[in-house]
Structure formats: structure tokens, C-alpha cells
Design a protein around this ligand. Structure first.
Ligand SMILES: Cc1ncc(COP(=O)(O)O)c(C=O)c1O
Length: 442
């Protein structure tokens, strides 16, 4: 198919080189690959719509094929010496992401994932506000506390409201107490997809001096979707005013793992990265991505795959790519309505993005937690793969359940594939059957 045509075209560009021996033992490779295929059966079917558990979705075919094509070169985007074309493609792809946020100028690059990207953003923040505290909400990803530890920066949390969003009055009180250098706003929390109220958080800078970093590792691409709740949309509209942002193309951007992205609004932070390399940077005086990145060697293939994907799906507001996100949201809304309307369950507030959490109704919170686990097992036995999340009870409308624990174990579903919209009824039918198996026909 087209992939082999593209490979021939790539090879043709190097046809003037003298031939060399590149034989492989095809039969031996085939044997090993057969074994690999068998080993890989030991996985949940992440690619299928009935996998509706964690943040996992298959890379788009164009990303896989472009990645594989690039592997024939195996470029290294540390330096232009290691990957000229792929470095240029990375700069273009990242510029498109910056543009999506509303930035015409920026500094940014791809990296291993959300953790590396946030590490870099907080490293820059720590250089600019040395020794000052990093704040994030209690629902922010645990990586921020760990990163602050690695960087030797103090870390503190700010409570969340029942939507799982950072409480702005509590943030203000903490800012007033002093010594805060950076506030992390999460746009799309890992557990429930909650979006912190970025606008009032940013407005606090009129009274307090701090830097805002947006962890939009999960939710960043929803900037392209108009049809969000007004307060959610308002947060995305203010993304252009943050100092730095993290978006993970390997979450919602249809990329294979190993593709995170950090972008700074002020390109002059490049000065903080300044270093000499005795080994690289000699073939060109243009910017080598390693000069503005903490990681050295990085897969150029990841940049090629992202570039190709964005070529197929330009990052256009409400365009074809955004519609895929909207379909996942519609699936989450549909399932939320069914679960909310069913007395057997308790839920939280409606999903802001495409993540849904709920629990069975029981006499006590600990009983509901135990039943969540059993329903999780029962759905898996019927081919539907959900996830489990332990959440503060105040995020769930538990009604008159006895609150014998501060945390409730919930069922969680990340409906991030567009196909989930078509499969929502089937997912509900399996959940219904699995719930009957656990709770009986009440
Ligand atoms: C909001 C958020 N930040 C950071 C991370 C960490 O990203 P990664 O797993 O790519 O390192 C995640 C992962 O789920 C996330 O959801």
C-alpha cells in the first residue's frame, strides 16, 4: 500500500550512495515477530471502543506509518547533526500547537511525555522564582509534587470544589500567606477531566506576583472545541495568558507514546538552557532543539509522526480533529445521563471533557467502594474495560450514604475515542448487566 510507496520514495532520495550489505535473516525475524505478537496478546484491547478505561487510545494510522517511515532514518532531534528534516518538522508542529493556544511567538519542543514536559516548565519557573513554592490543586497530577521534590522547590496544594476545580478563594488565601512562585492550573484533571477556573486564577496576578503554568497534558486539545460548558470554554480562552503550557500529543493527539510537549510564551527563557556541547551543534548555526531542551537524544520519528498527523488533521477550531473530541464528549454526556437517571448509582457533576466517574449507591461509602471493584470485574468479564479511581467523597453526590471514609472508590471511564459515541448504548447495556450481577435486580 501507500506506505511502501513512501518508503521507496524515501530510499530514492539516497540512491546515489554506493550499495552496502543490509541483509537480515527474514525467517528468523518472522519467528521472533510471531513470538512478539503472541506475547502482546497479554494486554487489554486498548484500540477497541470497548476499552473505555484509562487514557489510552490508538495512534492514528498516519502517525504509525510516518513514525515507521522515519525509523528508516532514525533521526535524533537533539541536534541538527542528528536529524535535520525531523527537527524542522518538530519546530513546525510545535508552532502549530502554540498557534492553537493563540501564541504567534513562543519557545517549545517535544519531549518524552507529560512528566518531562511539566518538569521542564517547573524547572524554568524555579529558575525565575528560586526557592519559592509551587502550588497545584489537590486533584492535580501527582507528578507536580514529585517534580517539585526533584527540583528542590517547596510544594503545597489548594483544595478543590465539588467540580474538582481549584477553589479560587482558597488560592487567594494561600497567595496572601506569601512565598508562592508558581501556580499550576490543570486543564483536564487526570481523574475526572475537571478544568481549573483559569480566568479568575490569572486575575489574581493583579494583586500577587506569581507565574501560572497550565498542565493541559490531557485537556489541551479541547481548546479547539467551541461546544464546551461556558466556564470550561472561558478557561481555554485564557490559555494564551499563561507563562507555560504542557500538552501531550500522546494522549489526545493521536500519537504513539513518547510524545509530550512544553511551550513557553516568552521565547527569552531559552537563555536559561544555555550550555555548550562538545559533541554536537557544529553542522549548523541554526537552533538545535537540544539547546532548548533538558533531554538530549530524542526520537525524531515522534516529531515526524506528529507533523504528519497535524498535516492530515490541521489544528483548526471545530475542524475534523475537534469533531473527534466532541464525539467523545457526547459519549460521556450520554452515559452520564443514563447513570445519573438510574437509582442504583451516584455520580458527581457532569463531565467537563470526556471523563466520567460514578459509584453504586449503597448504605455506606466503604460498601459502595467494594461494589465498584466488583462491577469493574464483572464488566471486564463481559468485555468492557473500565477504570477505577479513588476520589474524595465530596466530589460525588453520595446523598444519604453513611460517610464512613473520606475517599470513595469509583468506576471511571475515559471516553476518548470518537467511536465511543456509537458504542455508548452498548457500553451502557454491559454496565447494566454487570451491575445486576453484583447488586441483583433491584
Ligand atoms: C494532567 C496530567 N498531567 C501530567 C500527566 C503525566 O503525563 P505522562 O504520563 O505523559 O508523563 C498526566 C498523565 O496522565 C496527566 O493526566
Amino acid at each position: 500500500m501507500k506506505a511502501s510507496k513512501a518508503r521507496e520514495r524515501l530510499r530514492a532520495g539516497f540512491a546515489s550512495l554506493p550499495p552496502y550489505d543490509e541483509r537480515v535473516d527474514d525467517a528468523a525475524v518472522e519467528d521472533v515477530l510471531t513470538e512478539v505478537a503472541d506475547r502482546l496478546h497479554d494486554n487489554y484491547p486498548y484500540f477497541h471502543p470497548l476499552y473505555a478505561g484509562q487514557m489510552l487510545k490508538p495512534p492514528h494510522p498516519v502517525a504509525r506509518l510516518a513514525y515507521e517511515l522515519a525509523l528508516w532514518i532514525n533521526p535524533n532531534n537533539h541536534a541538527l547533526d542528528g536529524g535535520r528534516a525531523s527537527s524542522a518538522m518538530e519546530k513546525e508542529a510545535v508552532a502549530d500547537l502554540a498557534h492553537m493556544i493563540g501564541w504567534d511567538t513562543h519557545l517549545g519542543h517535544l519531549c518524552g511525555g507529560g512528566t518531562m514536559a511539566n518538569l521542564e516548565a517547573l524547572w524554568v519557573a524555579g529558575q525565575l522564582n528560586p526557592g519559592k513554592t509551587v502550588l497545584a490543586s489537590t486533584q492535580a497530577h501527582y507528578t507536580h509534587r514529585r517534580i517539585a521534590g526533584v527540583l528542590g522547590l517547596p510544594f503545597d496544594t489548594v483544595p478543590c470544589d465539588r467540580w474538582g476545580r481549584m477553589e479560587v478563594p482558597a488560592l487567594e488565601r494561600r497567595l496572601a500567606a506569601g512565598d508562592v512562585g508558581t501556580v499550576v492550573a490543570t486543564l483536564g484533571t487526570t481523574a475526572t477531566g475537571a478544568v481549573d477556573p483559569l480566568a479568575p486564577m490569572l486575575d489574581l496576578r493583579e494583586r500577587y506576583d506569581f507565574r501560572v503554568h497550565a498542565d493541559a497534558a490531557y485537556g489541551g486539545y479541547f481548546a479547539l472545541v467551541s461546544d464546551l460548558a461556558p466556564e470550561t470554554r472561558a478557561a481555554f480562552d485564557r490559555l494564551r495568558d499563561v507563562a507555560s503550557i504542557v500538552i501531550d500529543p500522546h494522549k489526545h493527539g493521536l500519537q504513539p507514546y513518547g510524545c509530550g510537549c512544553v511551550i513557553f510564551r516568552d521565547p527569552s527563557v531559552a537563555g536559561l538552557y544555555r550550555h555548550d556541547s562538545p559533541y554536537t551543534y557544529y553542522t549548523s548555526s541554526e537552533l538545535h532543539l537540544g539547546e532548548i531542551s533538558l533531554e538530549c537524544s530524542r526520537p525524531g520519528a515522534a516529531a515526524v509522526a506528529l507533523w504528519a498527523t497535524q498535516r492530515l488533521f490541521p489544528l483548526v477550531r471545530d475542524g475534523a480533529f475537534a469533531k473527534r473530541l466532541t464525539a467523545g464528549r457526547a459519549a460521556a454526556a450520554l452515559l452520564y445521563d443514563k447513570i445519573r437517571g438510574d437509582r442504583r448509582f451516584v455520580t458527581g457533576t457532569p463531565p467537563e471533557l470526556d471523563i466520567l466517574v460514578w459509584a453504586p449507591r449503597a448504605a455506606r461509602v466503604t460498601e459502595a467502594s467494594a461494589q465498584s471493584r466488583r462491577i469493574f470485574d464483572q464488566t471486564a468479564q463481559r468485555g468492557l474495560h473500565l477504570a477505577i479511581a479513588s476520589l474524595p467523597v465530596h466530589l460525588i453526590d453520595v446523598g444519604d450514604m453513611q460517610r464512613d471514609n473520606d475517599m470513595i472508590i469509583c468506576l471511571r471511564s475515559v471516553l476518548m475515542k470518537p467511536e465511543h459515541r456509537e458504542w455508548a448504548d452498548r457500553i451502557w447495556a454491559i454496565l447494566d448487566e454487570a451491575t445486576r450481577a453484583v447488586l441483583g435486580n433491584r
